[in-house]
Design a protein around this ligand. Structure first.
Ligand code: SAM
Length: 190
């Protein structure tokens, strides 16, 4: 009997281990492809992001490279009438975001759309609010697209990184330790 139990535990551990290897492979491939790794914004700054974004009932909010979708989940609980769209093209965070979005929908009935797409190819012309936590070079590459597609008044909040050639209307110091990521928010109005 003990042998059978031992065998079952071994098989179970092997399955868990293999799944972890597969997820790690997805994560690494996605990070390599995008050159922006899947690193989530700290829960400690969600409140500041929400304040800086100024979401309204009729807002259409995008998180470009939404990771596990935590920012949109947080916002959707505060402002359930707004529309939320996450764009992500790395399979590992994409699956996490879709699972969380499903649970969120079951719990509070608010649907968050998670789109599997490269944000460079995503039509953003209906956006009123955008959140980004990317890299400076990616921000600069995205700027011409933003300037072409955004409606006048679209508000963009970027965690940590700013555009080289556009000034923010506000710079918010999150007063986090210098050893922590995500210490500033840059607010832009297009
Ligand atoms: C630093 S993480 C930020 C995650 C989330 N926005 C947050 O703050 O918690 C950047 C995310 O952007 C995604 N990403 C990078 N380049 C992308 C692209 N071209 N299209 C879609 N997603 C991309 C990455 O896979 C990663 O999940």
């Amino acid at each position: 009997m003990i042998h059978i139990l031992f065998f079952i535990v071994q098989i179970f551990l092997m399955i868990v281990f293999s799944m972890m290897i597969v997820l790690l492979a997805f994560w690494s491939i996605g990070n390599f492809k995008n050159r922006v790794p899947f690193v989530t914004a700290s829960n400690a700054v969600l409140k500041d992001i929400s304040k800086a974004l100024e979401v309204k009932d009729n807002s259409i909010v995008y998180d470009l490279g939404c990771g596990d979708g935590r920012i949109l989940m947080y916002l959707s609980r505060l402002y359930p009438k707004a529309k939320y769209i996450g764009v992500e093209n790395n399979i590992f965070p994409l699956l996490l975001a879709r699972a969380e979005s499903f649970l969120n929908y079951k719990k509070i009935g608010n649907k968050i759309e998670i789109i599997n797409n490269d944000f460079f190819k995503q039509d953003l012309s209906n956006a009123t609010h955008i959140f980004t936590y990317l890299y400076p070079n990616i921000m600069d590459k995205l700027l011409p697209k933003f300037e072409k597609e955004f409606k006048p008044g679209t508000r963009l909040v970027s965690l940590s990184f700013k555009f080289a050639s556009k000034n923010p209307i506000e710079e918010i110091d999150l007063k986090r330790s210098k050893y922590k990521l995500g210490r500033k928010l840059y607010v832009y109005q297009f």
